[in-house]
Ligand binder design. Structure first.
Ligand SMILES: [Zn+2]
Length: 65
């Protein structure tokens, strides 16, 4: 039987810093998002992209009302 080992992991909220796009290197005070799927029921997929170069930054899945 194997026992799972959990390494410590921390998320530090930094509201004083502005993230930068990894594609065009512009600062990102905002990101654009497009959603696919029905909000009720099976959940939906969100796609986030840079407002400057329009390249995709990431995806998120969740249920939203
Ligand atoms: Zn960009």
């Amino acid at each position: 039987m194997t026992e799972a080992v959990t390494a410590p992991f921390a998320v530090v909220e930094r509201t004083d810093l502005v993230p930068r796009c990894p594609h065009c290197d512009e600062s990102l005070p905002a990101v654009y998002a497009r959603a696919r799927g029905v909000p009720l029921g099976q959940g939906r997929t969100l796609m986030y992209f840079c407002p400057n170069c329009l390249k995709v930054l990431g995806f998120a899945q969740g249920r939203m009302i």
